[in-house]
Ligand binder design. Structure first.
Ligand code: SAJ
Length: 416
């Protein structure tokens, strides 16, 4: 089998490499020439455990090459970004998906499978992708098999989850579903669940929306508990002992390119009806401001203090700062206070990140933990001795070993 994948980002690259590992001839397509060059030299451009080793293997075997154009293939997989539009309801921007689909049309032949893995608003396959292929003269389900197979892997565990997660395959017609399922049988060990395209689209969106709404509940609980002087984390732990309760963990906000984006795709399609989903988004969006407000209280608004942010990535052990609440908090602190604000993140390469921990904390008055990187869980507290005032505000509940010298404040228990 030969596959062309369009988009070599967090999903397209691991997916391409996985197919190649399992003997498929893969052409990975991207618009960025520097990405193409580094991949052909066997070097990944994103952080993901196990990906570098797998790429080295498939480049050596000759099963994977990167290019700016697709080639004639048995299947085409589209894995390009679908950001929010800059409109009232932050609807799903299909520009990249449509461009990628149009880009495959000159290479499409009868019998080919065209799969969209990008997260898309409900009815996108039927209402937007299908017409593009029909306009090119193909009959869907007879000439070309059109499928939505949403990616559902967790950054940080992608190489494992690609194989072992179950996989939803939603065809535009039943024949499309069958053809799509055959493609994933190459390496998927989890169940392959067959459905239609619009159900697949909505199921994927609801998975992330469920998580976003649940986190909003935990975040609201934290605000309420802080008003009432109750430890929110204890409440979450107690409540979760009930066999049918699974409250998520509160934090400084919801980031990444999935949970903070996808719920709006549903809201934009049914704005009058999807009220709870919309409200949950606003609760999570309000969290950075809530954290900044509490930092100001802790610092008693005294000018000239130094705050060191620990973690800019949107979650632990990744280098991704897209939609990161930590970045937002860092920027807000810089804009809204007369503190010196520093950032330390061993996973992120960016201008504002201090070179090492010593430089980041020297003379600082507060360490503000915003990301649950393993490095922070395993921190040696003696390394904070050079702080002006050894005060730590932990919004991700990562610290379990603070010594008596540390003034430790947990987000779930601000009164302590
Ligand atoms: N977060 C909390 N509290 C929690 C869990 C997460 O505040 O209890 C925050 C994280 O810190 C982060 C954000 O939510 O800022 C999202 O993190 P995440 O680990 O929940 O999810 P993502 O965005 O890395 O990946 C999600 C996954 N979806 C689900 O678990 C339902 C993944 O399987 C999807 O493939 C991915 O979205 C996607 O691409 O859609």
């Amino acid at each position: 089998m030969k596959i062309s994948t369009i988009g070599l980002g967090y999903i397209g690259l691991p997916t391409s490499v996985m197919f190649a590992k399992y003997g498929v001839e893969v052409v990975g397509v991207d618009v960025n020439p520097s990405v193409i060059q580094s991949l052909n030299e066997g070097q990944i451009h994103i952080e993901e455990p196990g990906l570098q080793e797998a790429l080295t293997e498939v480049v050596e075997k000759g099963n994977f090459k990167a290019s700016t154009q697709p080639e004639k293939s048995d299947a085409f997989i589209v894995a390009v970004p679908t950001p929010n539009m800059d409109d009232e309801h932050k609807s799903c921007d299909l520009t990249y998906v449509k461009d990628a689909v149009k880009n495959t049309i000159p290479y499409l032949e009868k019998g080919n499978v065209l799969i969209v893995e990008s997260t898309i608003a409900p009815r996108t396959m039927d209402d937007h992708v299908k017409p593009l292929i029909e306009e090119a003269g193909f009959v869907i389900g007879e000439d070309v098999y059109l499928v939505h197979c949403p990616e559902r892997v967790l950054p940080g565990q992608i190489m494992h989850e690609l194989i072992y997660n179950n996989r939803i395959v939603g065809g535009v017609t039943p024949a499309c579903t069958e053809a799509g399922a055959k493609v994933y049988e190459t390496f998927v060990e989890g169940e392959i669940i067959k459905t239609n395209a619009k159900t697949a689209e909505m199921s994927k969106l609801m998975e992330n929306t469920y998580r976003d709404v649940n986190i909003a509940l935990a975040n609201e609980l934290t605000k309420v508990c802080n008003e009432l002087d109750i430890n929110a984390l204890d409440v979450v732990e107690m409540a979760n002992k009930h066999p049918r309760v699974n409250l998520h963990t509160p934090g400084p906000g919801v980031g990444g390119h999935c949970l903070a984006v996808d719920p709006y795709f549903i809201v934009s399609k049914a704005p009058e009806t999807a009220q709870l989903i919309n409200l949950a988004r606003s609760v999570n969006v309000s969290m950075p401001e809530y954290v900044v407000g509490n930092v100001h209280k802790l610092m008693k608004n005294v000018d000239g203090k130094t705050v060191t942010v620990f973690g800019l990535a949107y979650k632990g052990n990744v280098d991704d700062i897209r939609e990161s609440p930590a970045m937002e908090i860092y920027e807000m602190l810089k804009e809204q206070s007369n503190f010196e604000v520093r950032a330390y993140d061993p996973h992120v390469t960016a201008d504002m990140v201090e070179a090492d921990l010593e430089t980041a904390v020297k003379g600082s008055d507060l360490v503000l933990i915003l990301t649950d990187h393993n490095e922070f869980k395993e921190l040696d507290w003696n390394q904070l001795n050079s702080m002006n005032n050894v005060q730590v505000f932990d919004t991700k509940n990562v610290v379990s070993n603070a010594t008596d010298e540390v003034q430790y404040i947990n987000f779930g228990n601000l009164h302590k």
